[in-house]
Design a protein around this ligand. Structure first.
Ligand code: ADP
Length: 648
């Protein structure tokens, strides 16, 4: 074994994080212990799970446990576990860097924290191991991976570098030794070598941890008389007894009335590695052909990796109280990937592996039950705590909407849970049910308009007739809206209709009839110039027609009923696909003075070059009005300038 000590630099992000920790940005120092115990507990979960496949990874007869070893004189606290441990490379990868997905977002948060002076924001990221630098100025970690002989020692005093050297450890697992900073009660820094302090923290934050958290309790007893009173001049004896500090009770098995909100919340933090309070909790016990319990949570904020491919799913699977695996993707569809918690089955086999999981019918059935429970939990939240539900929707609505097209069985329930802003109210979101309740007597469909953002949608000419006639339109400004609306036809018997697509038919039967007749007359009046424009714009549009959706604008572009929308085309391109070549329809406002002028121009001289310019201009401005991009902006602006000169 070489005795060389190698020095490494922390990755930039890791160094910045360490700085924050050293300068005590987070007020509650006690939680460093919760973080280290959680890591140890995870490490033992992993060892047990790996041990199912390869029993050689388990030390025969050795109980998996965590030990706390305070040293009053040396002012150190050690946390020992016999979990999976780490190899040298893993130490570099896991401890020297912030390997979390979403590092970029994290850096943004750090900046925000500095600027806002609100360091508690760090809690959103849950920095785990590094929180030990809140209470110590020097940290040593010795670890040995299960199945390997050599151990690695990592050491840092938080100064931007760390060292690694080979070490020895009698069994697999990890020991973390913290050299504690001075006690400073004002700074919430307690004496973490004191038995009562450690006892209190474990009870408060880690009572439910499934492994024993053991500490040697030192008692000094004076020799006693027969009646129990201390004997004068008697000898003092010191006994050291290992004691288990936590009850290890699985919190999801306890009666709800016996568990405090604080305990539930600490359990959430333990499994989710989130430092912030959960938004809500969904609990249930399913009995019958299958029996399982679940204790699930909805976080109060979207995690950084919510939209990353490798983002974590948060379900821990237990079988009869024995931890089987975390990140159990099979139990929840991806549109519920933000849910965190525990599912404990009475029926599954203890040997269930990830490979079997995918085809396991029982797992599929459980998955369905869990989805139902989550959706009904959300429904309840929306009814009982509309404000909390609004917060939920702000953070996770985009993800939940993925379910509308992924999960046909629950489509209706998901539509019911969905919230949208509309042309009526830019702030308050509405449910589809409330929209339907507000629909006008003659209204046939639920109108919506998709687009990049609210402003562009609101400004688009397509909505003119809807707004003027007082029809409420849902504003759908997220990419996922483009997808679900292309597949979903109706909600409770009311069809969805895109305000930017196909022909528009608003009003009572009488009004419609009148509008139709008027349009027919106008068509006759402008027929020849419409044909002329169609000829000139044949490369850009498939039709030029009169509109009944415009009231003030001269023109707009609409997508034909079954064609791909421009946003959908854009999304397909972004995904590396080639969308089919679709042309749109140019709709013109018959009431706009421009129509009569163009008709006049055409009647005077069919070959007037101005008609070409007008065709280019009218198409261009219809494109601009919806936020589109011109093919030839140079030509367009030159034409506009010429027209301005003529007009002045
Ligand atoms: P997090 O726990 O949130 O992933 P940490 O910074 O606390 O972040 O830990 C980073 C990684 O280091 C963990 O995911 C785990 O793989 C590894 N690790 C930390 N502590 C231990 C331990 N006691 N035993 C084994 N691995 C550990």
């Amino acid at each position: 074994m070489s005795a060389t000590i190698e020095t490494f630099e922390f990755q930039t992000e890791a160094r910045q994080l360490l700085d924050l920790m050293i300068h005590s940005v987070y007020s509650n120092k006690d939680i460093f212990l919760r973080e280290l115990i959680s890591n140890s507990s995870d490490a033992m979960d992993k060892r047990r799970f790996e041990g199912l496949k390869d029993p050689a990874l388990l030390d025969e007869g050795a109980e998996l446990k965590i030990r706390l070893e305070p040293d009053v004189e040396g002012r150190t606290l050690s946390i020992l576990d016999n979990g999976i441990g780490m190899t040298r490379d893993e130490v570099i990868e896991l401890i020297g860097t912030i390997a979390k997905s979403g590092t970029k977002e994290f850096m943004g948060k750090m900046k925000e924290m500095k600027e806002s002076g609100n360091p508690e924001l760090i809690g959103q990221f849950g920095v785990g191991f590094y929180s030990s630098f809140m209470v110590s100025d020097d940290v040593t970690l010795v670890t040995r991976k299960a199945g390997e002989d050599t151990a690695t020692k990592w050491h840092s005093s938080g100064d931007g570098t760390y060292t690694l050297e080979d070490a020895e450890r009698s069994e697999a697992g990890t020991t973390i030794t913290l050299h504690l900073k001075e006690i400073d009660e004002e700074d919430q820094m307690q004496d973490y070598t004191e038995e009562w302090v450690l006892r209190g923290i474990v009870k408060k934050y880690s009572d439910f941890v499934a492994y024993p958290i053991e500490m040697d309790i030192v008692r000094t007893e004076k020799e006693r008389n027969e009646d129990g009173t201390p004997k004068e001049g008697g000898e003092e004896t010191t006994t050291i007894t290992p004691e288990i500090l936590n009850s290890m009770k699985a919190i999801w098995l306890r009666e709800q009335k016996d568990v405090t909100e604080e305990e539930y919340s600490e359990f959430y933090k333990h499994i989710s590695h989130d430092w912030t309070e959960p938004l809500t909790r969904i609990q249930g016990k399913i009995e019958g052909t299958m029996e399982y319990r679940m204790l699930l949570y909805i976080p109060s904020k979207a995690p950084f990796d919510l939209f990353q491919q490798d983002g974590n799913h948060g379900i821990h699977l237990y079988v009869r109280r024995v931890f089987i695996m975390d990140d159990c993707k099979e139990l929840l569809p991806s549109y519920l990937r933000f849910v965190r918690g525990v599912v404990d089955s009475e029926d599954l086999s203890l040997n269930i592996s990830r490979e079997i999981l995918q085809q396991d019918r029982q797992i599929q059935r459980m998955g369905k039950g869990i989805v139902n429970k989550v959706l009904s939990g959300l429904k309840m939240l929306s009814k009982k705590e509309p404000e909390q539900y609004a917060t939920f929707w702000t953070h996770f609505g985009r993800v939940l909407k993925e379910g509308i097209f992924q999960d046909h069985e629950n489509q209706e329930a998901l539509l019911e849970l969905s919230r949208f802003t509309t042309t009526n109210d830019p702030e308050e979101r509405t449910s589809l049910q409330s929209y339907v309740d507000r629909m006008k007597a003659d209204q046939e469909a639920i109108y919506y308009m998709t687009g990049e953002d609210r402003k562009k949608i609101e400004a688009s000419p397509h909505l003119e007739a809807f707004v003027e006639k007082g029809y409420e339109v849902l504003i759908l400004d997220e990419p996922v809206d483009e997808i679900w609306t292309s597949g979903v036809q109706e909600y409770k018997g009311k069809t969805f209709a895109n305000a930017g697509r196909g022909a528009v038919d608003l009003g009572s039967e009488d009004e419609k009839k009148q509008a139709e007749e008027k349009l027919k007359a106008k068509k006759e009046e402008f027929n020849s110039v419409l044909d002329c424009l169609k000829g000139k714009l044949s490369a850009q549009v498939k039709e030029v027609r009169l509109s009944n959706r415009l009231t003030s604008s001269a023109a707009c572009l609409v997508t034909d009923t079954d064609d791909l929308s421009p946003q959908m085309e854009q999304m397909m391109r972004a995904m590396g696909q080639t969308p089919p070549d679709t042309k749109r329809i140019l709709e013109l406002n018959a009431e706009h003075p421009l129509m009569a002028k163009m008709q006049g121009l055409f009647d005077a001289d069919q070959s007037d070059a101005k008609l070409d310019d007008y065709a280019t201009l009218i198409y261009g401005q219809a494109l601009l009005a919806e936020g589109g991009q011109l093919d030839d902006p140079g030509k367009f602006s030159k034409l506009v300038a010429e027209l301005m000169v003529q007009a002045i």
